[in-house]
Design a protein around this ligand. Structure first.
Ligand code: NAD
Length: 305
């Protein structure tokens, strides 16, 4: 039977994120009532980067909205690595803190890898510690902390296609440790057949066209064109790129993804917009990870998102 395509379903990240946050709020209040445990998150920021300050402020606001104990440590740009490691050590040992997040990037004189590996894996709600990376890589997804952006993207895929992706082909464009690689591992754990593409991949458009699930995490504005998309595919656009928008007035800018949305929406079965797609899900998953950390610490059942 021929079906007429009238454009892709838009996967609303704001709405889905509200769903996740509502579930976090409810589980937080249950946890407090039954065990007296209040999830606690510590966000550490070093230096004055304006974008980082905006991200950190919104994480704090969301944590308070969820009913968490939320603390922010703002350190000056010239903070030494030793002082930062001391702070992490004290947060590692603070029973009121279940999740520790160090906002990246850090100033150049600080070794980011060393800082991340100092956070105890049980409080590594960003999912960057080798223990959590290793758990995800070996398919122990339920006991890992999964990085928030791929975790949120995966929920969007599951709501569209179900939890079992057997028989489906996925292509992830981008192989970063924060997005591309964990995304590929999550898709593999859900039984998809996964290819990871990157800057050295040959004939990317042809490869992308094989994908029932296409995830773009590149950082190149509107790189993925409509004719790269398999008709009916689920397209997850992780990219956040600011481009000039002279149509809005002189000097104005706007945010776009890695996918040419207008073109892709004509071909895809479902697609995430930018903004309002993966972005809101990322912060919601940070809240979910922190709640999970608190549930584990209290020895109670972990909610599933
Ligand atoms: P990254 O720079 O670490 O990695 C980019 C990847 O894209 C690399 O693996 C590279 O090989 C690949 N790549 C570069 N050029 C390519 C090309 N021409 N063809 C194919 N592959 C190419 O970036 P990242 O941290 O993974 O982030 C990717 C994008 O996602 C950025 O736009 C970033 O802003 C966005 N992002 C969004 C969120 C969110 O919450 N929505 C979170 C993290 C990152």
């Amino acid at each position: 039977m021929a079906t007429e395509t009238s454009g892709a379903k838009v996967i609303d990240g704001k709405l889905l994120a509200e769903d996740v946050v509502a579930a976090v709020k409810a589980a937080t209040s249950d946890l407090l009532n039954t065990t007296g445990t209040k999830p606690g998150i510590a966000v550490v920021i070093v230096g004055e980067d304006p974008a980082s300050q905006v991200y950190v402020a919104s994480k704090g606001r969301k944590a308070r909205e969820c009913g968490f104990h939320s603390v922010q440590h703002t350190l000056t740009e010239d903070t030494s690595e030793a002082d930062l490691l001391d702070l992490i050590d004290s947060l590692n040992n603070d029973p009121a803190i279940h999740g520790i997040l160090v906002q990246l990037p850090l100033p150049k004189h600080i070794d980011e890898g060393r800082v991340i590996q100092t956070i105890v894996p049980d409080k590594d709600v960003d999912g960057f510690h080798y223990i959590n990376v290793g758990k995800l890589g070996t398919g122990a997804v339920d006991s890992a902390f999964v990085p928030c952006t791929p975790a949120g993207s995966m929920i969007m895929i599951e709501r569209q296609l179900g939890r079992d992706l057997s028989g489906l082909t996925a292509v992830v464009i981008g192989r970063s440790n924060i997005v591309g690689k964990p995304m590929a591992n999550l898709l593999l754990a859900a039984n998809a057949t996964v290819t990871v593409a990157h800057s050295r991949t040959k004939d990317l458009p042809a490869l992308a066209r094989t994908a029932d699930i296409l995830v773009a995490a590149v950082g190149r504005p509107q790189m993925v064109k409509g004719d790269w998309i398999k008709p009916g595919a689920t397209v997850i656009d992780v990219g956040i790129n600011r481009i000039d928008a002279p149509e809005k007035g002189e000097g104005k800018t706007r945010l776009v993804g890695d996918v040419d949305y207008a073109e892709a929406a004509k071909v895809a079965g479902a697609i995430t917009p930018v903004p309002g797609g993966v972005g809101p899900m990322t912060i919601a998953m940070l809240m979910a990870n922190t709640l999970v950390a608190a549930c584990r610490a209290a020895g109670v059942q972990i909610p599933k998102f």
